[in-house]
Design a protein around this ligand. Structure first.
Ligand SMILES: [Zn+2]
Ligand SMILES: [Zn+2]
Length: 289
């Protein structure tokens, strides 16, 4: 679960926004990925993602913070930071690539690391634009670039003052990015939608679809015999779905790690005609190892 977790007791109004704690988040994610990899059909791939998370952890500790651009207009406070990036994110990419090299890599990933290490700043910025637009042409390079952008924006999000977020449909009210999944917290049964990019979490009442905000149209799809506390919340109104991890049952679940480890649920939900609303910058194309 998110290291930013605050104890929320039943009856209290849940905080509208929870901001990440990067020094804890990426280390916990790496450990979660390593735990999920054990005995998993895609174990090697999850261990590869764990190395990327270790690189993110190193990056948020070692790379000096960049400049936080002034928010422009009424949009999400980090929208400008995502669009006009401080070069710090490229130093974070170097840390992610170094961590990736720390273990065996499939040929495509190995070639992508070499490509990224040799790429000019302009080429890297163009790749980052592609990844942020959700349409990376270079799928083998996308997880590394996504990991670096995630580390960069998560650290910027951590430096914000928590405020009441303006409703922004399915998009993150902090950076404008796409959600990766939701989590339901402990005894209070409160649902937070988790941003795949800046790791902010925003409260959406459980009756509402986290994508279109219509109430009363959600059904819960699960993999028979699958891990406990994992479901796809599928909406009859907008026909989108987002996974939800119930932390009362899936105690150590992490939205990004557990999303990557439950691709079977995506297949089954897709077969029922629902469209995935979640975006996972660490695993944009699913398992490609
Ligand atoms: Zn965000
Ligand atoms: Zn909906």
């Amino acid at each position: 679960m998110s290291p930013a977790a605050l104890p929320i007791t039943p009856g209290d109004a849940p905080p509208p926004l929870r901001l990440p704690e990067p020094p804890l988040l990426f280390r916990a994610r790496a450990e979660r990925l390593e735990a999920l990899a054990s005995g998993h059909a895609a174990g090697d791939w999850l261990r590869f993602l764990a190395r990327l998370a270790r690189g993110q952890d190193r990056a948020v500790r070692a790379v000096p913070s960049g400049v936080m651009p002034r928010p422009g207009g009424d949009g999400p406070p980090l929208a400008q930071a995502a669009a006009r990036r401080d070069p710090a994110w490229r130093a974070m990419l170097a840390a992610v690539l170094a961590a990736a090299r720390g273990g065996a890599l499939p040929a495509a990933a190995s070639a992508a690391v070499a490509r990224l290490e040799a790429a000019s700043p302009d080429a890297l910025e163009a790749l980052a634009d592609d990844v942020l637009a959700g349409a990376p042409a270079d799928l083998a390079a996308a997880p590394f670039v996504g990991a670096a952008l995630q580390a960069h924006l998560t650290r910027l999000a951590a430096a914000l003052e928590p405020a009441t977020p303006a409703p922004a449909g399915a998009a993150c009210p902090v950076c404008g990015g796409a959600p990766v999944a939701s989590v339901v917290l402990g005894d209070a049964r409160v649902r937070y939608v988790v941003c795949g990019l800046c790791s902010a979490e925003w409260h959406v009442p459980r009756a509402q679809c986290p994508v279109c905000r219509e109430a009363g149209g959600l059904s819960y799809l699960e993999v028979e015999g699958g891990p406990r506390g994992v479901a796809a919340e599928a909406c009859d109104h907008c026909h989108a779905y987002l996974k939800v991890f119930d932390l009362a049952e899936a105690h150590s679940a992490d939205a990004v790690a557990d999303d990557a480890a439950t691709l079977v649920l995506d297949l089954l939900t897709g077969e029922r005609g629902f469209l995935r609303a979640g975006a996972n910058p660490l695993a944009p194309g699913g398992e490609r190892a």
